[in-house]
Design a protein. Sequence first.
Length: 408
Amino acid sequence: MSSIDKVVYMDNNATTRVAPEVLEAMLPYYSELYGNPSSMHTFGGQVGVKFAEARQQIATLIGANSEELVFTSCGTESDSTAILSALQSFPQKRHIVTTRVEHPAVKNLCEHLDTLTGHKHKVTMLPVADDGTIDLKQYEESLTDETAIVSVMWANNETGVIFPVAEMAAIAKSRGILFHTDAVQAVGKVPINLAEVPIDFLSISGHKLHAPKGIGVLYVRKGTPFVPFMIGGHQEHGRRGGTENVAAIIGLGKACALAGEKMAEENSRVKALRDKLEEGLLSSVPSAILNGHKTERLPNTCNISFEYVEGEAILLHLDRFGICASSGSACTSGSLEPSHVLRAMGVPFTAAHGSIRFSLSVYNTEEEVDYILEKVPPIIANLREMSPFWKGEHVGKVGGGQCKCSCS
């Protein structure tokens, strides 16, 4: 980034800042309280007490029992563990149902299983509508006696669209099929009560809710068949070997407690900021398109396509003003291909390449929204001045068509 002082961070679906309260809770466990929670001595045992408290804080946020949580390194490990466990628990079942808009942690694993095993595993990737929503009837019809597991994200990381996972889990349950949801983007933003929905596996990633990177959780419902992914010592009751990342776990516990306290703010003040940003951009920039359902969406996420410009070029210009946003998933940012999520939604090629995701947090302000609304319209206008495709559409010279922007 260029040498400027102002930073407006609106890329919270990629990662979040560690909350000051979380950092404060973690620091003692890097210095004076460095004991191993599995040790028999008092010095390690006092760490174990705080460790158990953090486990309960996380369980409380999602309506689970603390013994149903398995600590992992990240959301990706949690996703892989759930899916691979189901396939090993039911080796006679080789069918997986997921969607075309999953995070690469699920999408790439499913594609890997399909190709690496010589199509031993069959994967059904369900389509979505143009607003990113899913057809429940089509989902139900995709389930078979061979289906080992369904893996559907709670909320999409690029568009924020929320899937009806409670209904989908109930349908899977009625067929005796395990259900996993990648809830990495949803936890802490929308209410989750696993005591009321028949979900078998749920994935969490700490760095999406103001905890540090390198810590995740896999919820495993009591009684669910489970095969460990990490084989080693007795940690996590034998479900995930390896010495626990104590400081990060304690930080995640604190972050979950804070998320519970701030969820109302997330769904009121943060949502209002998101709506102001969204409405301002759509009204001030011609040929800007909202990607995703208008209401069935996370309160912090806004994905807008600016036709006839490249998302990467927009991001570079935003960066000059200290504005941090994204053109899609951070896990695919090195690719020149348009977002697989937007392609699955049928977003036109001229728009898919110019998509920008703004994802807010409780640390964002109205002044920051105003700053973005000031900077973005001239950036888009300047980039379109250099685009022969935009000029062609604008003056009706491409293919003899008429102007498709809102100038008329």
